[in-house]
Design a protein around this ligand. Structure first.
Ligand code: SF4
Length: 277
């Protein structure tokens, strides 16, 4: 694995977070990964069109060192809330859907939470799927990209890389963490020639500034391995989950982007020759 010893320093202060949420995020960085062959997941599910090409078998791992204001999977934040599974168990479940997802041009996506919080489990799962001929995708913020070995990335046919903002201060306000590890990971993926779909959540008042989109488009265009950018309009459908978990929903007053804003953002990517959908 690339990188040095684990960095267990907290993601840093965010003025609008509760102390409890910040402490939990920092603690996730130091969670011990289960023994070889096992991992902690929240669930698995089938999806179409949003987690890679075709119909996907998506494994949602548990534990994430970030706390994005718009996160719609807060139930995956803490590793201790998940359930332990072996790679064999997951592969058995994948096998039940194998024919269906293969015919539909799909594959397996490891998502989260943050899958690279459990690099052994994630790597083994990707390897087993890849070796069996299934298309594999890794959905990650890139914040822990240093924990992904070159072997793990070689077993990953597509990286869905969430670049949440191109502005370091804005990134920290939005996620509680630092932008640089994600940019470093993006450059490494480019050096390795791994295919990438960048995901960018468009949140009015947080990520929609022209300069922010401009800088992101310029960065993406410089990489050479990004096949497309998924511009994901912010929505408030996760508000109910926050209520059920007893968490304050930070973006309750933010409205989804309108069509004019979406058109402007797509035009900004197009101006750099970047395909956005
Ligand atoms: S990185 Fe993903 S799972 Fe983690 S807080 Fe952000 S949106 Fe949620």
């Amino acid at each position: 694995m690339r990188g040095g010893p684990r960095d267990c320093s907290p993601p840093g202060p965010r003025a609008d977070s509760t102390a409890r949420v910040r402490e939990e995020a920092a603690a996730e960085l130091c969670q011990a990964e289960p023994a070889v062959g096992g991992g902690v997941i929240e669930s698995w599910d089938l999806s179409v069109g949003v987690d890679g090409p075709g119909t996907r078998f998506v494994v949602f791992t548990c534990g994430c060192p970030l706390r994005c204001l718009y996160c719609h999977n807060p139930e995956t934040w803490r590793m201790r809330d998940g359930r332990r599974v072996t790679v064999d168990e997951v592969m058995t479940e994948v096998g039940r859907y194998r024919r269906f997802i293969s015919v539909a041009g799909g594959g397996v996506t490891v998502s989260g939470g943050e899958p690279l919080l459990q690099p052994r489990f994630t790597g083994e799962l990707l390897r087993r799927c890849h070796d069996s001929g299934l298309h594999t995708a890794l959905d990650t913020s890139g914040f822990l990209g240093d924990r992904a070995s070159d072997a793990l990335l070689a077993d990953t046919d597509l990286v869905l890389l969430d670049i949440k903002s191109s502005d370091p201060q804005g990134y920290r306000r939005l996620t509680g963490g630092s932008l640089e590890p994600t940019l470093r990971f993006a450059r490494r993926l480019a050096d390795l020639g791994r295919p990438v779909w960048v995901r960018f959540v468009l949140v009015p008042g947080h990520t929609d500034a022209e300069e922010n989109v401009e800088n992101l488009a310029r960065f993406v265009a410089s990489l050479g391995n990004v096949e497309r950018v998924d511009v994901l309009p912010f929505h408030r459908m996760a508000a109910g989950k926050y209520a059920r978990l007893g968490l304050a929903y930070p973006l309750a007053d933010v409205r989804p982007p309108d069509q004019d804003l979406l058109d402007r953002v797509h035009a900004q990517f197009a101006a750099y020759g970047v395909t956005s959908v």
